[in-house]
Each structure stands twice: as C-alpha cells, then as structure tokens.
Design a protein around this ligand. Structure first.
Ligand SMILES: [Zn+2]
Length: 453
C-alpha cells in the first residue's frame, strides 16, 4: 500500500442526480462515505444500473422511471455516422436535457472527488436499446435463426459503435477513469441456463470458419444440445445426456471457446483505444459474479489476460445477493444434468472454485457470509489478477433474499475486502437503492481502515 488514501468509489446515476439534486447527492455521499471519487453510470441500458432501486431505500421517488437508458451526456453525431447505428443519446425527458457528465464533473471538482465513468456492456438483465436507430440489425441470431435480445459481439457495427462511444466520451469530458463491465457468457452457458443459444449470425460464422470449425456441425451440435437439455428439463433426460452430445459434437465446445475469445477481445480493443486517447486515465474491468461460481467460466476467463488489458479488475462480490444467485444457478444445473442433487453439484463446484462456504440451505435466502468478499479477492489474485478493487454490494436487490442489508453487513464486507488486501473498493451498484444507514456504516468502516494504516 502506498501513502495515498485507500481508493473508494461510489456508484451514481443520472436518475439520482435528477431525482434528488446533484449537490444533495454529492453532499450525502461525501459526508457519509468520504470516498475518493464517484462512478457515474454515463452510458447504460440495464435497469439495475440506470433506474431507481427495486425496493425503496428511504430517499428519492419510489418505483421505476420506465426509461430505456442510453448515453446520459452530450452525444456528437459525427462519431457514430459511419457505424450504421444511431446516436446513443438518451431520448426521454428529463434525461435528454440533462448532461450527467458535465454536472458530475463540476460537482466532483468542487468537492475534490475523482469522477470515474461506469459502462456495463449490454448485460442480459433486461435492458433494451430500443432508442438506437438500426439496433435490430446488430442483434444476435439464435440457433433457429431468430434475432435475440443482445447485440452480437462479432458484428462490426456494434464494435465500431462502442469504439465511437469511447472516442466521443474521452474527447468531450474530463474524468479520471473508466470501469468497463464484462458480464456475458457464451452459447454453451446459455443452454445450461435454459436459454436459446446465440450467436449464429453471418459474422459469427466467419469467426468460426476462420478458426477451422465446421459451421453446419456447430449449429447441429447446439440444436442437439439445446434439445437434450430441454428433454432433461421435461424430466425425460439422464444425468449424462448432455455429455453424450458433447462427444458427438466437439464443435460445441469449439464454438463456445471461440465465441468467448471474440467477446473478451472487445474489451482488449477498447482498452488499447482508451489508452491511446488518454493514457493517464485508468481503465478497469468489471468482473461478473458468475466468474466465482461457475467453473467453466472461470476456466475460460484468464485473470492474467484481464490484468494485461486493464489497470485494475473490479470483481462483483455482493455477498448477500450471491446466496440466492447461487441457489438459482444450482437449480438450472440440476435440471440440465437430469435432476442431479444441488448439494452434490455445489460440493464439487466449490472445491473446483476454491470457495469455502456453508451448504446451500444455509445461504439460499440468507446470503453468503462477508468472508466471501475476501475469498473473491484472493481467487482473482490466485488466478493471475494483479490490482483488485473489490465490488461491495450495498442494498443490491435480489429475488429470494430474505432480509434487508444491515449496517453490520456493510461494515463486515468492507472489512473483509481490507483484510484480503484489496487495492480499494467500489460501493456498488447504484446510489438510488442504497439506504443511508448503510452509507453511514460504509463511512465508519472506511474511516477505521484509514486510521489503522
Ligand atoms: Zn453473431
């Protein structure tokens, strides 16, 4: 540790600034948490990032604003014209008239806070980019030829549009760094999760055939695997049925690997461009929570590679919501593997993943112990991560979670990150869902940590 203050960033969005007033929100955050900076969700579509909380935290208006999201700052059309896609600018009032980057930069500067930007790359949590012209043309194509919900990572227009957004943002505003959220997985994971596998568009075919894969057999294999898992879900499958399809069609694993490689190349490309634009600004990578509970994803995502294309890794280590999340994921796995017991799967997975946690019954609705935060930091380091900023979840809504987060939970999570020697923390994921009592608790924990250094 150096002699600088332990980095602490608090997630904010344009919704809170409009709902409660920019100065009010910045004052509350500074007085309660005393962070080194804020993370502004300048661009996004996923409701958990851009909207109000699912439960009312005791401040701000109640309920969703129903907005689609977009870019909450001034968009300059000439950056996007060549991409074939329209402007990312948010279209709904009052957001369309509001520049979160301009007001955020001013409010941060007045208080001596760093302004960082958070962008979550098209996660599958329900955001729809319907206000961007021509967006349907970049949507993924599933194994039956239907357009899906997310943009294809191999579509040149989508990649060019993200690069354009980066250029627009970096050349228009002063800010300290960008955190880029990586929260998608490949077609094999989608099948296990009970979804239609994607993508099988012409651009993906190009990627697959360039890698030597027989595209017809890739598609046949995925259709067969999808049908096999559907049969298992309908109680007609056996635990090993899925493995038999993988033996019959090794192309399934081949395309899963090549898709993942292409997906991860997107953030590497953006990292290079960001450093070319403004080398002194930090570029962090947000690590999806599934990385910690899914052995296949952990095998596919190399933390040394993540470190080579970032200044830090920010793992999502929201310990309370992770309990119900694991429980739900085990349910999906259990049906995909013909009704295998969840406890059996978890015992096997936990050992592979290096997690030391109680049995599912103990955490399914109560959430994980705060020590999960420390275990997560250690896993990223063990797997090749160098600089790790722990993502601490404060009042993160999750279906199935029994109780509300308490100040003791908040303090315990932050202390666990500190004891694991995290290089800093983010208070995640959205000020609009955080109870002020938990922000006070975060502030107490952070003050005690700083005093102890
Ligand atoms: Zn595609």
């Amino acid at each position: 540790m150096n002699d600088k203050r332990w980095p602490v960033l608090v997630h904010l969005n344009a919704t809170s600034l409009i709902d409660e007033g920019t100065d009010t929100v910045f004052d509350i955050v500074q007085q309660k948490v005393d962070p080194t900076g804020v993370l502004m969700a300048a661009h996004g579509f996923n409701p958990e990032i851009i909207d109000r909380g699912r439960t009312w935290p005791g401040h701000g208006p109640k309920g969703s604003h129903g907005g689609l999201g977009g870019y909450y700052a001034e968009a300059h059309d000439h950056f996007y014209r060549h991409t074939g896609l329209g402007s990312p600018h948010v279209t709904e009032s009052p957001f369309a008239e509001f520049d979160a980057m301009a007001v955020g930069a001013k409010a941060a500067a007045e208080r001596g806070l760093e302004l960082h930007v958070y962008i979550l790359e098209s996660a599958g949590t329900g955001g729809f980019q319907r206000n961007v012209t021509n967006w349907p043309t970049v949507l993924e194509v599933d194994v039956d030829g239907r357009r899906g919900k997310l943009p294809c990572v191999n579509h040149p227009s989508y990649r060019a549009w993200k690069l354009a957004l980066l250029e627009d943002l970096y050349t228009s505003y002063e800010f300290k760094g960008l955190l880029w959220g990586v929260e998608r997985w490949g077609p094999l994971h989608q099948i296990i999760a009970g979804e239609q596998p994607a993508c099988f568009c012409e651009h993906c075919r190009g990627v697959a055939t360039a890698a030597g894969l027989d595209w017809l057999r890739v598609r046949r294999g995925y259709a067969a695997l999808r049908d096999s898992v559907a049969a298992a879900r309908a109680d007609a499958g056996k635990p090993g049925a899925l493995l038999r399809v993988l033996l019959e069609y090794p192309e399934v694993l081949g395309w899963e690997a090549r898709w993942t490689e292409a997906y991860l190349s997107l953030h590497r490309e953006l990292y290079g461009a960001a450093k070319w634009l403004q080398p002194e600004r930090s570029f962090g990578l947000g690590l999806w929570h599934y990385y910690f509970i899914n052995p296949l994803l952990q095998a596919e995502w190399n933390m040394a590679d993540f470190s080579a294309a970032s200044d830090y890794i920010r793992p999502i280590l929201y310990h309370l919501p992770e309990g119900p999340r694991i429980k739900r994921y085990l349910g999906l796995l259990s049906t995909a593997f013909g009704g295998m017991r969840e406890e059996t799967i978890w015992a096997f997975f936990a050992e592979m993943l290096g997690l030391d946690l109680p049995k599912p019954a103990a955490f399914a609705s109560a959430g994980l112990p705060a020590d999960y935060v420390a275990q997560g930091v250690n896993i990223v380091r063990r797997n090749g991560g160098t600089r790790v900023i722990a993502g601490i979840g404060v009042d993160v809504f999750e279906n199935g979670l029994a109780g509300a987060m308490t100040p003791e939970d908040t303090e315990a999570a932050i202390e666990a990150a500190w004891k694991a020697q995290a290089d800093g923390i983010t208070i995640a994921r959205n000020y609009a869902e955080m109870q002020h009592a938990n922000l006070d608790a975060a502030g107490r924990a952070i003050k005690a940590i700083r005093a102890s250094r």
